[in-house]
Write a protein that binds this ligand. Structure first.
Ligand SMILES: [Zn+2]
Length: 54
């Protein structure tokens, strides 16, 4: 499928980035750690890959 509106691509990319940042924020503030019971924002025991990802 040819791209007919190349000018829309940055807008789509920006929207995707915003959605991803929002999802990341929800994960950090709403999800609680099963081990320590605090949100991932304050959790100190989450794995290193989660720490790097979030
Ligand atoms: Zn924890």
């Amino acid at each position: 499928m040819p791209v007919r509106h190349p000018e829309l691509l940055p807008a789509i990319a920006a929207g995707f980035a915003v959605a991803l940042a929002h999802l990341r924020w929800i994960m950090l503030t709403q999800w609680t750690c099963k081990t320590c019971g605090t949100t991932h924002l304050h959790c100190e025991c989450k794995p290193a890959w989660v720490r790097k990802l979030l």
